[in-house]
Design a protein around this ligand. Sequence first.
Ligand code: BGC
Length: 825
Amino acid sequence: MAGRDIEALLDAMTLDEQVSLLAGADFWTTVAVPRLGIPAIKVSDGPNGARGGGSLVGGVKAASFPVGIALGASWNPALVEEIGGALAEEARSKGASVLLAPTVNIQRSAVNGRNFECYSEDPCLTARLAAAYITGLQKGGVGATVKHFAGNESEIQRTTMSSDIGERALREIYLPPFEAAVRTAGTLAVMSSYNRLNGTFTSEHKALLTDLLKEEWGFSGVVMSDWFGSHSTAATVNAGLDLEMPGPTRDRGDKLVEAVRSGEVTVETVRDAARRILRLIERVGGFDRPEIPAERAIDRPEHRALIRRAGAEAIVLLKNDGLLPLDLAGKSVAAIGPNAEAAQIMGGGSAQLNPHYAVSPADGLRPLMSDNQLRSAPGVAANRLMPLISGPFEVDVYGRPDLAGPVAEHQSHPLGEVMWFNEVAPGVRDADFSLRATTRFTPSETAEHVFGLVSIGPSRLMVDGRTVVDIRDGWTPGDNYFECGNREARGSIALDAGRTVDVVVEYRFVQAIALNLKAIRVGVAVPLGDRAFSDAMALARSSDIAIVYAGRSGEWDTEGNDLPGIALPGRQDELIAAVADANPNTVVVLQTGGPVAMPWLDKVRAVIEAWYPGQEAGNAIADVLTGAAEPGGRLPQTFPRRIEDTPVVTGDPRTYPGKDGHVTYGEGVFVGYRHYEKAGVAPLFPFGHGLSYTTFDWSAPTVDQPAFGGDGVVTVRVAVTNTGTRAGTEVVQLYVAPPPGRVSRPARELRAFAKLQLAPGETAEAVLTLDARAFSYFDEERHAFVAEKGRYRLVAAASALDPRGSVEVELTGEIVERVTARLGA
Ligand code: BGC
């Protein structure tokens, strides 16, 4: 309700009531104060859909949109704003008023587990897209929560690690997306990160949360913690962390009331935080919704169409010698590879959701071909964990750690993976419970079967009463479930085709480091061997065209765990090289959440990178392969030849993955293409690269003024003509190259871009504007953004390494923009 008198409401509240607002009620909702008509509101993950309040798996179905890096590859703010609007509808269908999105951390390394969730290695691209996403979402009445503020660029020990970042790198590289979220898009919420920043937990970082965010940037919304990322009472509240999540509170409530009584926290500080919560409730229309609406699954045709279009707009055509688009008429096609029949639609972790459906790449082609034209073979596997057993699981929960006494509750779970965020069953304390979960499994072949078991706490797995995997003794947390679950333990047993067996898991929880998550996961498979490889080769040889669908999955690209490297998992490199030898018309379709090495690149005729494009994955990929859609994407992140070429994973543990609890951002501002240029290292594919099915002519850029004094903007124009016979999209990227100056600066930096959609023969103009910041670096000594006087070259380019023309502008005097907050290491 607009215009509600929030001050009067605050006056009417007791201290206890104000304090009650400053922590969640449960995992996803805030606390209501019914006496004063203050409702609870609900938040939901985010960012590639609205999962709702269930667990990470299962849960009410939701639309699955392209992941962050795919949106980054679209270079299309208008499209991303449209997606924001659709996500507002999705959030509301889950009763949520606030979405925990977007993720705007910078792709610092090539191996961050959440690389897929972030937009880009570049702050300008990230900032524009983040602002567009937030604008679309909030126009739809749902609040955004830009995250993770700040310095969360890796998943290694993320809940304790200190990201040690100099102020210049923060101001130039890591903070601009947050600044745009606040100042341009007016985000209603910000989520602090898990990590420490320069030694202090961000949730306790006053310079970050108050001096910078609330004072310098004028943020009037809510700062919430990442889940379980708030560890103190006075320190977080005084730093400016308004909301402890999730609830119920651990460090606020009575503890905070006591801290106010003892003078550690002032009543004004509590009142300000409560004011921000009330303002948020008002801004998302919460006062008009006394009850949180029930969750619904609404599979909208217009969302299907938008996701399919966005998927194609994000696909990057990396290489093409003319084979693409494919002419399928009368041709036989081999769909080979682990991702041919598996729809890889999203990354792993809190961004997961239960999609309405998922179209695999082969299913995307099937409607276009007859059955005997299209055949598929996996060839090799690419999974990190054994494939999930199908379930359902019948679970007996006990109120004691030793599976004894009466069954406290019986539960049925649809999948072979079960997670509990809250208590497992009413009245059963986490510390006490144990469970026995049973499912039935019918093998389809007679063979040695490998079972995999992951759990957060000791467990064992039995098949027809025989113990196959036993991690009751010596269980330790490893690389699953946000560093709380063990590294998958495996065991094998011979089974007969068609003979159903009982699979039983016994499990006991141990309190994990950071989260209250309880989980078990059972996988099973007969490992693919040489036979599967040679079957794929035979298929490749006997087909006109071979498409290898390779890549990773959300098991690799996942929150809670960084990647081991950028090589394709398993024997996929070997598979691609062998298919290319067997079939002269080989196309590779990659699906990864970030860069990947391609030792076979010279052998294949075409390569596309399709990321994780959401539930329409197979359709979007087929659209691009067949030319029904233009490959609209450009790389938002450099693809290096080798991991050693990246700025971060250099062998020095201090820069990655961190040493003694600290990771030093020693490369400073030389992140992504800024690094490759400085180091003189040629990437495999540069930042901004992506081919089209048509051809374009670029005019020489023009600038509207030869000299710039710092007021207003400089406008650069580039006319682009589609000289081919197909419609196509071109992305005009504008890089600013500074004159030599006092400090070492990147040779050129992206400062503006425009995406043009052009019919055959059509000409359109890219209009690109640059303000004073576009010419500046951050001067740590003067504590200001400074643009030195001199001649700047404005380079219009099709990638960081593909300049098409340039023009100069003279800065007639030094431009200085002083800032107040001090954040440096
Ligand atoms: C993630 C956040 C997410 C939150 C709630 C955390 O593990 O870092 O991005 O919003 O969980 O699921």
